[in-house]
Design a binder for this molecule. Structure first.
Ligand code: ACO
Length: 391
């Protein structure tokens, strides 16, 4: 039997802070309204040079440092995000290049705020089936770039950031014990972000402002109702799958959407609120990144102990939801400062290597006189004519 253990964790949060008081200068709202309805006080916004890729890279590099794992040992990189810069290349491929994870496959996964739980479940199952031995799963978002900053119902909720976990196969029982993933696409219109470049047919609820957008569209009340109706059941279902009971769970790390949703779930499960780890007060809803960011802070605050059993639960657009049960059995290795510095130097070398490869490709094309598409068509026409065929 193979088991998928969490051996590293890392997060990255942009420095720029946007408080509720700042928001009250931008839209018709108050700190009191936002705090009482959501539990959020402030959120982080990505700077001009920060992207989902740079944040994902930083979170993954930190997680690999905790795991004391060389990136070339990675078999798989999965990035969960709804704010990828490109349809392709995937954010995961760009992170693979930046890390110098030369042996890793890489792909993005779209399951909105449930994305991290989906990615963790897939990676763990690939390790348990012995298809791969190591993986890094990342949640990364720049939601600030897709919210309408004039819409007080949505712009108060979201923030930017990234978080990552490193998984490794082992014969020792533990790690990711069970998972459950679900979807109900009939509620797709309740929470959506339309891609206009690909489809000219607007999705129900697609929102534009003065020709700009599209922006996140959300039916807040319906999403609230959906979340409070599925999250408790998902937690109970996954715990049962793992052969455990609610009393065996030390801590639940939920997607950080709204403190009222979590209070509701806690009441439904008859659990004290302290069983749920929350940090949305400081970061808002960072979608796919919220669970790994929260987990990193829980570790930092000493909330996790060896042999604790944790549940991660996500819910969001799709509609999607899912939960994972994890046996937390890690004591991070003590990595020397010299090794850390060498690691940073290696990432700089990887950036230079990547640039050099791009230049070399262009140079080879130039030397080889690689023809333009127009010249290729002309050449094809000439050859067809010579052969007496029609194109
Ligand atoms: N400041 C002041 N008033 C506001 C604001 C604001 N920022 N936003 C809305 N209001 C007003 C509305 O206009 C409305 O006024 P009206 O009664 O005069 O019409 C009133 O407040 C009540 O509006 P509701 O939308 O009913 O407010 P509600 O109590 O439902 O709270 C909220 C809104 C916070 C969005 C809530 O519905 C919610 O949290 N829903 C879940 C959203 C969520 O978690 N989304 C993300 C999950 S999935 C994912 O992560 C992508």
């Amino acid at each position: 039997m193979r088991y998928a253990h969490i051996v590293g964790w890392g997060s990255y949060l942009p420095e720029q802070v946007l408080t509720n008081h700042d928001l009250a200068q931008m839209v018709d709202t108050t700190d009191e309204w936002i705090l009482s309805r959501t539990g959020i006080r402030e959120r982080r916004l990505a700077g001009e040079k920060e992207t989902v890729t740079t944040m994902a890279f930083n979170a993954a590099a930190r997680a690999l440092a905790v795991a004391d794992m060389h990136p070339a040992r990675l078999d798989m990189i999965i990035v969960a995000t709804s704010t990828s810069e490109h349809a392709f290349p995937s954010t995961a491929s760009l992170v693979q290049d930046a890390l110098g994870a030369t042996r890793a496959g890489a792909f993005d996964l779209s399951a909105a705020c449930s994305g991290f739980v989906y990615a963790l479940s897939l990676a763990a199952n690939a390790i348990k089936s012995d298809a791969i031995d190591t993986a890094v799963v990342i949640g990364t978002e720049t939601l600030s770039r897709v919210v309408d900053w004039q819409d007080r119902a949505t712009c108060i909720l979201f923030g930017d950031g990234a978080g990552a976990l490193v998984l490794k196969g082992s014969d020792v029982p533990g790690g990711v014990l069970a998972s459950t993933l679900r979807s109900d696409g009939s509620g797709g219109d309740l929470l959506s972000l339309h891609n206009t470049q690909i489809s000219s047919v607007p999705f129900i609820g697609t929102s534009y402002v003065n020709g700009h957008g599209p922006y996140i569209h959300m039916n807040g009340r319906q999403v609230f109702r959906f979340a409070t109706s599925v999250v408790a059941d998902a937690i109970e279902e996954v715990i049962k799958k793992a052969g455990l009971q609610l009393k065996d769970i030390s801590l639940i790390v939920p997607h950080q959407a709204n403190v009222r949703i979590i209070d509701h779930v806690a009441k439904k499960l008859k659990l004290p609120p302290e069983k749920f780890y929350l940090n949305l007060e400081r970061y808002g809803n960072t979608s796919a990144a919220s669970i790994p960011i929260a987990l990193c802070e829980a570790v930092q605050e000493g909330r996790l102990h060896p042999d604790d059993t944790l549940v991660f639960v996500g819910f969001g657009g799709g509609l999607t939801w899912g939960a994972v049960v994890v046996k937390w059995d890690v004591t991070p290795p003590d990595v020397s400062a010299v090794k850390q510095r060498l690691r940073q130097a290696r990432y700089v070398a990887m950036r230079l290597r990547s640039r050099a490869r791009r230049l070399l490709r262009r140079f080879m094309a130039w030397v080889g006189g690689s023809p333009t598409p127009k010249a290729r068509l002309k050449d094809a026409d000439r050859r067809l004519e010579e052969g007496g065929e029609k194109r």
